[in-house]
Design a binder for this molecule. Structure first.
Ligand code: BDP
Length: 704
């Protein structure tokens, strides 16, 4: 054979034999059940799982058990190439299991999944599958699992017209014009994704509520969705516009103490429960950013919440009342206003009300200290609300793995009533003995094939679900789980992607709002920098927050300024108030400092600001290099898509850096440090760009 033919044969046989990563559009999320490549493992698994026993309180078939069977069957065929041998039986547990609790016991070729309910058997099934996907041993298991927080929910900010407020992954998943007759098969996959993480609630529609969703026509559509979600243990909740009794019921007012208003809500609740018997309850944004609320009638948030709570109580429903309130007419620091309004109401809410508090006192900024309400309302159930969609952290055009940010708040010590009282323990009810416990994440889902706008953003959906189940998990552990399930168990995938994910939040903070700077993004769409924003509602402008001038920069929130530090337990507040102990990351959140302020590093504040911006973009450049390690290790589709994502991120990081440092330099009048790379364009160039970041898909309904 001539040499060239020989070579050709060699290449062809190499191509045929080389293991190729399976192409993926990312639709399967972390529920990829591709064949386990390692033969040895496959043999071991096959031997370890000749049969799977599902043990439930009744031992009877149900739609939930059918869902568990389906998932196990599909996954076993995909992962191991075998048909799972599944039996159903009555649970024989010595210690009764909670309604969401399960045990996994295995040995001698049998895995027994015992649940306190059918849904917990489904959770146990997903737990087993996760272990298989992670290539962990499944022989000799003896574990017992239960979630720490009872209601673990996604909040969708989806509008009736198919747009999504702060959505960056295409249009809404919910096809209102097709419902209730036509059910997109994607609704079931959505439910599978939630159940795989143990999420058990969804609010499909925007907190900036539309009254249409409470009409009989739309309630039927909601009921159709609820029917799809029910077997997966997911309850539907609804947002409601506080003025609905006027707009829908034609009543003259919506006063929470008015008898006709009370009756209207009771009737509406009865109507909803007739269609959706396991309806979760209402999520309410009231007297916030232009939304109507009880204060229009000189009533309090408690009066407002209790009205709705009484309407749903006979059906076992709850009310989730948001504490995201601030008022431009109030002279006090915006960061203090929710605390000022809500703390006096502690003890005045009904048992079935939970007050939902954002992680920080302003608004999902890249970095905020924890919200001072945590620990300050012991007689009230408090929920934590985080934002999975990246409104202030790059939309879907930048990678930012958010688990480290959520861990900051979950692990933060409120010191109330005693040291060790972390936010996680406030919201899981253990500190103040609350049975009603809630955690919510503002979803990053849309109808894009990959669900979240890019191939890495589902890591945040995954991380939220895992932390909602167990806030004690670490960010790194979750990042590794997600990487293995979503991409590959290949050690190169793990050793490349996990460090990138773990560094990403800090990088975004560095190139956008370092050292405690906050709320300096562009107006309206919030994508990209806008440190010059000085028009509109004062408490929504950038200048309100950075307070920059020739002398210095930062917001004095110590006793010499707004005294927001005084809203925290003294151990936390005084640590931040004292420059000697305030961590650099919160410096300009709590202090206003001169440009030549000497930092711990020995450099001046001005130099440190510039270098943080530079460091942020340098980190992104580092990822671009290390991403190359994954060429051929993961599938080409996701490899290339992510490469483009990182290119775009570098571009956007550069805009942030160039804009912010040049803007601040017009005040500091100081030169940029020598390590700082020259800006690509002068400040004026950027100021004239209409919207350099155009990732948003929807006009926002909020005013800011
Ligand atoms: C802000 C968003 C706005 C939301 C608001 C909220 O910019 O679109 O309506 O939060 O949480 O972050 O209500």
């Amino acid at each position: 054979m001539p040499r060239s033919a020989c070579l050709r044969l060699l290449i062809v046989s190499f191509l045929l034999c080389a293991p190729r990563a399976l192409a993926s559009e990312g639709y399967q999320l972390w529920m990829r059940y591709d064949k386990i490549a390692d033969d040895k493992l496959r043999v071991d698994y096959t031997a370890a799982t000749t049969s799977i026993v599902l043990a439930t309180p009744t031992g009877a078939e149900s739609p939930t058990i059918a869902a568990a069977r389906d998932e196990l069957t599909t996954a076993f065929r995909g992962l191991l190439g075998i048909d799972a041998n599944i039996h159903l039986t009555i649970a024989q547990s010595e210690k009764p299991l909670g309604s969401e609790e399960f045990t996994l016991v295995s040995g001698k070729g049998t895995v027994i999944i015992t649940g306190g309910s059918d849904v917990s058997v489904l959770y146990g099934s997903f737990d087993l599958l996760r272990r298989l996907q992670l290539a962990q041993p499944i022989d000799g298991l003896a574990l017992r699992e239960a979630p720490k927080i009872s209601r673990r929910m996604l909040n969708h900010w989806d509008n009736l017209n198919g747009t999504i407020e702060r959505g960056y992954a295409g249009r809404s998943l919910w096809k209102w014009d097709e419902l209730p007759e036509k059910l997109d098969p994607r609704y079931r996959d959505y439910a599978r994704a939630l159940a795989s993480l143990g999420l058990n609630g969804t609010v499909p529609v925007n907190v900036n509520a539309n009254i249409q969703f409470l009409t009989p026509e739309y309630l039927k559509k909601i009921a159709a969705l609820a029917n799809v979600f029910r077997p997966y243990g997911i309850r539907v909740y609804l947002t409601a516009r506080y003025s609905s009794p006027m707009e829908l019921g034609k009543l003259p007012n919506a006063d929470p103490l008015d008898a006709a208003v009370i009756k209207w809500w009771h009737d509406k609740a009865d109507e909803i429960y007739a269609l959706v018997p396991d309806f979760g309850g209402f999520l309410i944004k009231a007297n916030s950013e232009g939304q109507p609320g009880p204060q229009s009638y000189q009533r309090t948030h408690a009066d407002g919440a209790n009205l709705l709570a009484d309407a749903v109580a006979p059906h076992g429903g709850i009310v989730i009342w948001r504490a995201f309130v601030y008022d431009a007419k109030v002279a006090d620091d915006r960061a203090k206003q929710a605390y000022n309004e809500f703390v006096p109401l502690d003890g005045k809410f009904r048992e079935n009300v939970v007050v939902q508090v954002k992680n920080g006192p302003i608004d999902f900024m890249p970095r905020e200290p924890f919200h001072p309400l945590f620990g300050a309302m012991p007689k009230t159930s408090l929920a934590l609300e985080v934002q999975i969609t990246q409104e202030y952290l790059g939309g879907s055009t930048e990678l930012c793995y958010l688990a480290p940010m959520w861990k900051d708040v979950l692990d933060a010590d409120t010191f109330r009533p005693r040291p060790g009282s972390t936010v996680a323990h406030v919201i899981d009810g253990t500190i103040d003995h609350h049975a009603l416990t809630v955690i919510a994440g503002v979803a990053n889902t849309g109808s894009d094939r990959n669900w979240s706008g890019n191939q890495l953003a589902p890591a945040n959906w995954y991380a939220f679900g895992r932390l909602a189940w167990d806030p004690a998990l670490t960010s790194a552990q979750i990042a590794e789980e997600w990487t293995r399930q979503t991409f590959s168990n290949d050690s190169r995938a793990v050793s490349t992607l996990v460090p990138i994910l773990m560094a990403s939040r800090e990088a975004v903070v560095n190139y956008s709002m370092p050292l405690g700077l906050h709320h300096i993004m562009a107006r309206g769409h919030h994508q990209g920098p806008g440190p010059w924003v000085n028009v509109g509602r004062a408490d929504q402008t950038s200048v309100y927050f950075h307070k920059v001038d020739e002398q210095g920069v930062g917001f004095d929130r110590t006793a010499t300024g707004s005294n927001a530090t005084g809203q925290y337990a003294s151990e936390a507040g005084s640590q931040w108030a004292d420059l000697a102990t305030c961590p650099d990351e919160y410096l300009l959140w709590f202090h206003r400092l001169p440009w030549d302020y000497k930092m711990r590093s020995g450099k001046t504040l001005w130099t440190e600001i510039a270098l943080h911006y530079q460091h942020g973009i340098d980190t992104v450049r580092g990822w671009k290099k290390s991403w190359e390690n994954l060429r051929g290790v993961i599938d080409d589709e996701r490899f290339t898509a992510t490469q483009k994502l990182l290119d775009r991120q570098e571009h956007e990081a550069r805009i942030w850096r160039d804009v912010c440092t040049q803007y601040f330099a017009t005040f500091s009048k100081l030169p940029l440090p020598s390590e700082y790379e020259s800006p690509e364009h002068p400040l004026d160039y950027y100021r004239k760009l209409p919207a350099p970041f155009t990732a948003t898909n929807a006009p926002v309904t909020a005013t800011n």
